[in-house]
Design a protein around this ligand. Structure first.
Ligand code: ZN
Ligand code: ZN
Length: 417
């Protein structure tokens, strides 16, 4: 399909431009003279051009965009040499890591077809993901350690739109997905930058309350779930805008509805069921049920994608432990839209979630000054992966448990108590 097809006409150009403006001014707070590295699917070219325009208008140094293409990715799986699946373009990621070390900001445009690799050999998908994760590590660390300001926004890729709205013709599906992305990203209002300032203030007051309570653990109960998530020693709740180590205050995820912190990698007990399907690098994993002992997943099942799930869990030692726990009210705008996006950036913001793998050092008190060893000693997890999956619904209750064992209601039936 030609990416300049009619589907592009389904995307409101005014709101698309507001999304580009929000990405630069709110998502990145791009600084004067700062370089910018952009990655995007080739279908998102109209958005990348607007982002580039707003970046230069904001005083960017050099803007460099890298594009991925679905047909080219599939060609690799069809015709690529078998041994190549254990390799990745490490030179590219090394270059990106170098750009970030030199002060560049990072913007990812999401919107890939979540089902792109669903028909491909899971072993090859797993090998390629593993090689990619290893090669990407030097660049990803700059992001997960929050060394630099970074941001993700989404573009309504037609293949993604057809998955979300399978019964609509493509232009209608794209228009509906575009509308949903614009609403969730708060760019369907007159002054999106002001709307984001209000939203950030709300999220900050939630995380301030949780930081004041200093819970030792959170207890989740609901259908198929009885899970105690110990919180890391010296954990700090975050939500909305936060300040990167380079001093820039930005909103890495657009949209965002979550307040989140670091669980203790060794103090998670019980069982939990996913409440929405997880779309992981081209495969859907559905009805996940796992059991934790001393922080480690000792049993994992899924009604769909179980093999991929188990491959993910075998990535490394930290892949079976938690690196994030996040609270999102069931009435959040994304949840209220009733749309299942098959995209973690959106679906995680419709629901409380946990993440397997790497923790965020910024979710510790004085996190910027802690060494990797200190973070681990306080219960922070380390892994090549960070995969969020959804465990919240209107049927979940959450109690905070204080260090002396008292229970404080945090959420009831999916809403702040
Ligand atoms: Zn999260
Ligand atoms: Zn996460």
């Amino acid at each position: 399909m030609n990416f300049m097809s009619q589907s592009q006409d389904s995307v409101d150009p005014v709101k698309l431009e507001k999304l580009a403006e929000v990405a630069i001014k709110v998502g990145l707070q791009l600084q004067s003279g700062q370089d910018l590295v952009v990655t995007a699917p080739v279908v998102a070219l109209p958005l990348v051009r607007l982002i580039t325009k707003h970046a230069y208008a904001a005083g960017a140094g050099i803007v460099t965009a890298f594009y991925s293409d679905e047909a080219s990715t599939l060609a690799r799986y069809q015709y690529g040499r078998d041994e190549s699946f254990d390799r990745a373009s490490d030179w590219l990621y090394e270059g990106m890591a170098k750009a970030y070390a030199n002060g560049a900001a990072r913007l990812a445009v999401a919107g890939d077809n979540p089902m792109l690799l669903s028909e491909q050999d899971p072993a090859k998908v797993g090998r390629a993901n593993r090689a990619n994760s290893a090669a990407y590590k030097p660049a990803l660390e700059k992001i997960s350690n929050f060394d630099i300001n970074w941001n993700i926004v989404s573009y309504p890729n037609p293949a993604w739109a057809k998955l979300v709205f399978p019964n609509d013709p493509e232009p209608i599906a794209v228009a509906k997905l575009a509308k949903a992305i614009f609403a969730a990203s708060r760019v369907d209002v007159d002054d999106p930058v002001a709307a984001w300032a209000d939203h950030n203030a709300n999220l900050r007051s939630r995380s301030a309350w949780l930081n004041g309570e200093r819970f030792a653990s959170l207890h989740f109960t609901g259908p198929g779930t009885d899970l105690t998530v110990g919180l890391a020693d010296g954990h700090e709740w975050q939500g909305g805008a936060s300040t990167a180590k380079n001093g820039v205050t930005c909103n890495p995820n657009i949209p965002t509805e979550e307040v989140f912190t670091t669980p203790h990698a060794w103090r998670v007990e019980g069982h939990v069921s996913s409440t929405k399907p997880l779309s992981h690098q081209g495969t859907l994993i559905d009805n996940i049920q796992v059991r934790f002992e001393a922080g480690r997943i000792v049993e994992a099942k899924a009604s769909r994608g179980e093999k991929v799930l188990n491959k993910v869990l075998d990535t490394d030692d930290g892949a079976r432990r938690l690196g994030e726990v996040a609270l999102v009210p069931h009435s959040s705008p994304i949840s209220a839209s009733g749309i299942l996006f098959y995209n973690t950036l959106f679906d995680e913001n419709a629901s409380c979630h946990i993440a397997l793998g790497q923790c965020y050092s910024k979710c510790f008190l004085d996190g910027a000054n802690l060494s990797q060893e200190q973070i681990q000693a306080q219960g922070g997890n380390s892994s090549l992966i960070h995969i969020d999956w959804m465990i919240g619904s209107g049927k979940i209750d959450i109690d905070g448990i204080t260090p002396d064992g008292a229970r404080v209601p945090v959420m009831r039936q999916g809403e702040w108590a």
